[in-house]
Design a protein around this ligand. Sequence first.
Ligand SMILES: C[S@@+](CC[C@H](N)C(=O)[O-])C[C@H]1O[C@@H](n2cnc3c(N)ncnc32)[C@H](O)[C@@H]1O
Length: 234
Amino acid sequence: MANIVSNIPLPDMSLELLPAYLRDVYTWAYLTPGTAWFFDRQIVVQAILWGNAQRLMGDVLAALQPGDRVFQPAAVYGDFSRQVAQRVGPQGRLEVRDVAPLQVCLTRRKLADLPQANVAWADASIPQDGEFDAVTCFFLLHEVPDQVKVQVIHAMLGLVGPTGKVIFVDYHRPHRWHPLKPVMKRIFERLEPFAASLWAHEIQTLAGAAADGFQWRKNTRFRGLYQIVTAERK
Ligand SMILES: C[S@@+](CC[C@H](N)C(=O)[O-])C[C@H]1O[C@@H](n2cnc3c(N)ncnc32)[C@H](O)[C@@H]1O
């Protein structure tokens, strides 16, 4: 398969055309080249996730097989997409999408030597065409408003084939006496206003009636602060 990562044109998007929540809340994180350059390192992602990033990525990799067709709805800083592309190997396929042109560029650059990977612009809340063995939704839900969470979950469930699965990795309500619970609360209040709702709502519940066609499994890590939710077609 030819590497077409750099051949797909990016839309000429002004900031006003991006989702309002991204512009209003996350310009510093995803739309600013200077800070993106800093964040886009595995060691920074590892620090942001209190040393759990590689373990959580490992949970996703363990659910994938060589040859799988994988859809990733949003870019992830660090090595995540490279690891997924390497896991599915040259017989597999990784389709990465992101709504921020800067993130599309950075991810294309990171994956340029892996012909099984393709990166393009798309909004994960809008249903996409295609059928995949797995969808890996890594820390996207906590960054979008609740209504968009529901739209993204529906769009991702719609992408898996008859034996496919969606793997959601994200924040989760930590155990009652988790020492980082007050810290995370403060971080969410100041920087991540849509994250706390994942402490109150199960991803399966947000899926509504669409959940019925799937078998749901939830594991948590780091005393509940993170969840890995797998929805596998029945
Ligand atoms: C996956 S999330 C968070 C990942 C994690 N904080 C990290 O280490 O990178 C970050 C990405 O989601 C993208 N994003 C936000 N809303 C989106 C949407 N509706 N569709 C596609 N990408 C979206 C942002 O542009 C950003 O690149």
